[in-house]
Design a binder for this molecule. Structure first.
Ligand SMILES: [Zn+2]
Length: 464
């Protein structure tokens, strides 16, 4: 009988890993890092319950670190099999995994310098070279193409609309069981990314679905009004707008909206700078794969040429060198600077914040969820000063917050997608959520669909 073991994202939102055991085959669906609280991050150091060498293959839903970030560790531990994913996921992984390796190295260096690791010397979970080795195992597969990934296990990728290349996975086992791994589910009727695909003809026996926002609906789309207001007011004051942003996904959505507001003449045309090497690389992949994006973003006119302007405003500039970044930081000219990291925990955006925060003419625009303990969170909670690079920076700039951009389906969208299943699954398992939203979603599913959902625990094994 096939078994599923929940090795991550069980009653929490990071570390996605589900181990399927079927006959001699062991397939790991998603291979993500735990992030956030220390007690979660420490799980990255625990060995999996089976040796890495005994795992036949890995199948990935998308390139966010909490879904791919453990692959280099697994390879370091001796995993030698293939890693199946879509082409978009393979491309974005080439950006995020080496970057993650560099961050792990940097963390270990800091721990050694300040002596705060209990291991001596502190070691990185993996380094940049490990990440490059891991990428050698990646096997890109197209959407809607059934492929055998281990003895008696075939999979197919379906679009989930959450990130470039993101997928949910239909796994068909010899013996007849079909499992649907929901991955991270995107949203409906949003720009840039397509809607999640209908599960229309997939008769799944077992379904795993995320529950990050299982207890709420996102605010209704304001068609860019809030963003337009912030840009107009700051431009009128002659200030600068600094937007901390995740390098992949969020940047694309921001540029889409700024471009649209310019075209609709709802904001003045300002210089827009993207100052993040990873973001500019990712932008390139989005442009190359425009045919996988929302129909609005697809190339029009010239055949075979991506509509580059879909991701460029009238006065658009990608900042390449650290020198250019320094000049932009020092400049007091009115403009919009998009830079990472998204919660201002590191990266080039820190220099922009240190320069922009003391001046009341400027605006710092915080977008989306900000985790506890991050500078982004401190700003929206009204901090009057911020520590950046060891110095105290006074906060006199206007702090604005934009709530409308989230890549995850909300409660109604999760239900909408579940309703596309042709029949109720034998078992529905909620994953990728904190206990509160997860239990709320469980109750809603019971009342709206009449289905009993399960909420497996970390390291629980379920016979299917
Ligand atoms: Zn994700």
């Amino acid at each position: 009988m096939p078994e599923l073991t929940f090795l991550g994202a069980a009653r929490t939102v990071t570390g996605s890993k589900y181990l399927l055991t079927h006959g001699n085959a062991r397939v790991l669906f998603d291979c993500g890092l735990f992030q956030g609280l220390k007690e979660l991050r420490e799980r990255n150091w625990q060995d999996l319950p089976v040796p890495a060498t005994s795992i036949s293959s890995v199948v990935l839903t998308h390139a966010h670190l909490d879904h791919v970030g453990y692959v280099p560790r697994l390879v370091k531990q001796g995993f030698g099999g293939p890693v199946f994913c879509t082409s978009g996921t393979a491309e974005l992984s080439r950006l995020v995994l080496p970057d993650s390796g560099r961050i792990q190295e940097e963390d270990a260096r800091l721990a050694n310098r300040h002596g705060y690791s209990k291991h001596s010397p502190a070691m990185p979970l993996y380094d940049e070279a490990d990440a490059h080795r891991a990428l050698g195992h990646f096997h890109p597969v197209g959407f809607h193409r059934e492929i055998e990934v281990a003895d008696g296990v075939s999979i197919e990728f379906m679009g989930s609309g959450h990130l470039l290349g993101s997928a949910y996975i239909v796994a068909r086992l010899s013996g007849g069981t079909t499992i649907l791994f929901g991955g991270d589910l995107g949203r409906y009727a949003r720009p840039v990314l397509p809607d999640p695909e209908h599960a229309g003809d997939v008769r799944a026996d077992v379904v795993l679905v995320e529950s990050t926002y299982g207890d709420r609906d996102h605010p209704t789309d304001d068609q860019g009004d809030e963003l337009a207001g912030v840009i107009r007011e700051t431009a009128a004051r002659g200030g600068k707008i600094v937007i901390p942003s995740f390098a992949i996904g969020r940047v694309e959505e921001l540029i889409y909206w700024i471009r649209r507001l310019e075209r609709e003449r709802r904001i003045p045309v300002l210089p827009v700078y993207v100052d993040s090497p990873m973001a500019s690389e990712a932008l390139r992949y989005y442009i190359q794969r425009a045919h996988e994006l929302d129909p609005d973003m697809r190339p029009s006119g010239k055949p075979g040429v991506g509509d580059v302007s879909a991701f460029a405003t009238a006065r658009f500039q990608v900042i390449a060198s650290p020198q250019q970044s320094k000049e932009l930081t020092a400049s007091r000219k009115t403009g919009i600077v998009i830079s990472s990291s998204g919660m201002a925990t590191g990266g080039r955006v820190l220099h922009h914040l240190a320069a922009a925060l003391p001046d009341p003419k400027n605006t710092v625009l915080v977008v989306g969820f900000q985790a506890e303990g991050t500078r982004g969170r401190q700003l929206i909670e009204g901090a009057t000063e911020l520590r950046i690079h060891g110095a105290s920076v006074p906060v006199r700039a206007r702090i604005a917050k934009l709530n409308s951009m989230s890549g995850h389906a909300d409660r109604s969208e999760i239900l909408r997608w579940l309703k596309t299943l042709p029949a109720s699954p034998r078992r529905l398992m909620l994953v990728h959520g904190e206990p509160g939203p997860m239990d709320a979603l469980k109750a809603t599913i019971k009342s709206e669909l009449g289905w009993n959902a399960e909420t497996p625990q970390h390291q629980q094994t379920v016979a299917l």
